[in-house]
Ligand binder design. Structure first.
Ligand code: WQD
Length: 334
């Protein structure tokens, strides 16, 4: 089995991808510093994988950790790099924390990969690299614009660094808004502290763990005044990583740096999500409309045609399924 180092592998997207990698016959090796997750995610993974996951607690900025891992696991065939902070609002308040972890961490990882002759990377990028697009949907050829938040800048910087390192074969996946949870309810989204993202805050507030949701802005130039995003089931996103890795390790890559939008191709507003949550779960969220959040773009959703034609991947799960699985996870986890 091929060893795949998954940095941030105990996180929301990372943990779901670890399950998909295992099911596809790869050997996922998890590196996580537990800064935005909990060690008990390992228990959920063990149940889903039928074996104890290979886990190393450590930080992507610790240069020595990679040598320690390889000395125990043997050669790494590819890295899937999830480990990064990802809250748009928080990055506006704490930019340096984001540059240190997201940019310096990537550089430390890449220096280790060069040293250890690991030449394959799947990079977790984001639709935030498009900034506020002039038109939607955005394709991979849509010019990137100044990001609306330091988080988005760190992803733009990451893409530039990877593009410039032609010795590395990179699959750059630009995620849209990952939500939901594994249908088993054994793993899901579990941010530490008060969730910045819409769905974990929504499910925690409906479960009575948080005050009612505040909708960040109701006066945007959209049909109902709230921001529009492309929400994608985290399991669809996990499957996209396997499709990308198969291309990478199958030497099918045409260029050293390939970019794919990983979204559903459909945009939904915050209010549409709230109404969809009630329709999918029978639970009526209470909320109030508050001021806009700095760093938010008005509307962004994907043209996902390239991932379909080149990777042979497309999102299969509906918004209703995403919201039902998110609520199932919350009820099981509460
Ligand atoms: C979505 C919408 C908020 C919380 C995320 C990830 C980022 C990237 C893109 C992967 C916005 C509104 C939110 C709340 C609200 N994904 N909202 N009340 O900012 O689009 O970014 O997806 O790389 O990493 O963070 O997601 O869920 O924070 O916001 O009204 O309490 O929900 O204003 O319009 P965002 P989000």
């Amino acid at each position: 089995m091929k060893n795949i180092l998954v940095t941030g592998g105990l996180g929301f997207i990372g943990s779901h991808t670890v399950v998909s990698l295992h099911e596809a016959g790869y050997n996922p090796i998890i590196l996580d510093n537990l800064s935005n997750t909990r060690i008990d995610v390992l228990g959920g993974l063990e149940k889903l994988m039928g074996k104890k996951p290979v886990f190393f607690q450590g930080d992507v900025n610790d240069a020595a950790v990679y040598d320690q891992i390889v000395s125990q696991t043997g050669p790494i065939h590819a890295v899937i790099h999830f480990a990064a902070f990802k809250a748009v609002g928080e990055s506006v308040e704490q930019p340096l924390k984001y540059y240190h972890n997201n940019v310096q961490g990537l550089i430390t990882l890449m220096l280790a990969m060069e040293r250890l002759s690991v030449k394959n990377m799947v990079f977790s990028s984001s639709c935030t690299v498009y900034g506020e697009p002039d038109q939607v949907p955005v394709s991979e050829e849509t010019p990137t614009k100044p990001a609306a938040s330091p988080y988005g800048v760190t992803k733009q910087m990451g893409e530039t660094i990877l593009k410039d390192c032609t010795w590395l074969q990179t699959q750059c996946l630009r995620y849209f808004n990952p939500i939901g949870a594994h249908p088993s309810g054994l793993i899901g989204e579990l941010p530490l502290g008060v969730p910045s993202n819409l769905i974990p805050y929504l499910t925690q507030s409906v479960a009575g763990l948080r005050p009612p949701l505040t909708v960040h802005g109701g006066d945007y130039p959209t049909p109902d005044g709230t921001c529009i995003r492309d929400y994608i089931h985290v399991c669809d996103l996990a499957d996209a990583h396997v499709a990308s890795l198969n291309r990478l390790l199958g030497n099918k890559q045409q260029d050293h740096f390939e970019v794919f939008n990983i979204g559903t191709g459909t945009g939904q507003s915050v209010l549409e999500v709230l109404h969809g949550f009630e329709a999918a779960t029978g639970e009526k969220p209470s909320y109030q409309v508050g001021p806009r959040r700095p760093g938010d773009v008005v509307a962004v959703w994907a043209d996902a045609g390239k991932a379909s034609s080149v990777l042979g991947w497309q999102a299969r799960r509906s918004l209703s399924e995403m919201l039902r699985d998110a609520w199932n996870w919350q009820r099981k986890h509460s």
